[in-house]
Design a protein. Structure first.
Length: 270
């Protein structure tokens, strides 16, 4: 643990929501908060940094202080591509927080390329936040998507830690599709996979109440529905059905885009 939360800001409303979520996350961890704006060098070198960038990070840092006055906040303007800047920041961080969509050209995409690319490269978990997530940020359980993949296994530990910090129930969810399961598979095997995924973790976190749910449906449908009542959704970056070469699993992209609560995406880096 480095006791550092990093938030990427770009001046958007979603960026401000990310700052608020990051400040709260840092306070829960007893961590420092670093506010970072990546300035893409599209101007002549003598014009970089843009004076407005310093104003942007200063305002973001002030908002973080309003939300959590006890958190130590630092700020930086870094020249470079957004994804590469935040990937570098992730090497020293426990958590990176970004808005689920950015400004300018990023708004032309269904989901901003920065969150997708960052989640597929980050060396620490990535939290994506939308402005409308604010109202439900402190309510409901932490939901964990489980599918038995390496990234999903890595997400288990993150979900337990989040539930402990938030003093929230942890709901471990596995999506089960009987019509697409192997002929010899049974619902009991899905329940067994779910139990095995969290085995041993509950002993290490006795303060966390755990509920296991095997739900009929696609992973996308099941997790989006579960997110309605959740304060946080935790998923692996790539699931068991991930296709090699894709930046991020389709389920991860779907929940980052449409979930009703903030989403933490976890990639196995070892």
């Amino acid at each position: 643990m480095s006791d550092l939360v990093v938030v990427g800001v770009d001046g958007s409303a979603m960026g401000l929501a990310a700052v608020e979520a990051a400040a709260t996350a840092a306070a829960r961890r007893g961590a420092r908060l670093r506010v970072v704006h990546a300035e893409v060098p599209i101007k002549p070198r003598y014009m970089v940094p843009d004076p407005t960038s310093e104003t942007l990070v200063r305002q973001a840092a002030a908002r973080a202080f309003e939300v959590e006055p006890e958190v130590v906040v630092t700020k930086a303007v870094v020249t470079g591509d957004v994804v590469y800047v935040l990937e570098a920041e992730s090497r020293a961080a426990d958590l990176i927080v970004v808005g689920s969509r950015g400004m300018g050209g990023l708004m032309r995409l269904l989901l901003g390329s920065t969150p997708v690319s960052l989640a597929s490269r980050s060396h620490c978990p990535v939290m994506t936040v939308r402005a409308e997530h604010r109202a439900s940020a402190e309510a409901g359980p932490v939901v964990l998507g489980v599918d038995g993949s390496p990234d999903s296994d890595e997400a288990v530990g993150v979900a337990f830690a989040e539930a402990s910090q938030r003093q929230a129930e942890l709901v471990a969810v596995h999506a089960w599709q009987p019509d697409k399961a192997p002929p010899d598979a049974a619902p009991e095997s899905a329940a067994r996979l779910l139990a095995q995924a969290i085995a041993g973790r509950a002993d290490a976190r006795p303060d966390v109440t755990v509920r296991r749910d095997v739900v009929d449906g696609t992973a996308r449908e099941v997790l989006l529905e579960a997110s309605r009542a959740a304060q946080l959704l935790v998923v692996g970056a790539r699931g068991r059905s991930g296709i090699a070469g894709l930046l991020l699993g389709s389920v991860s992209q779907a929940v980052m885009t449409h979930a009703h609560c903030p989403v933490v995406t976890v990639r196995r880096t070892g």
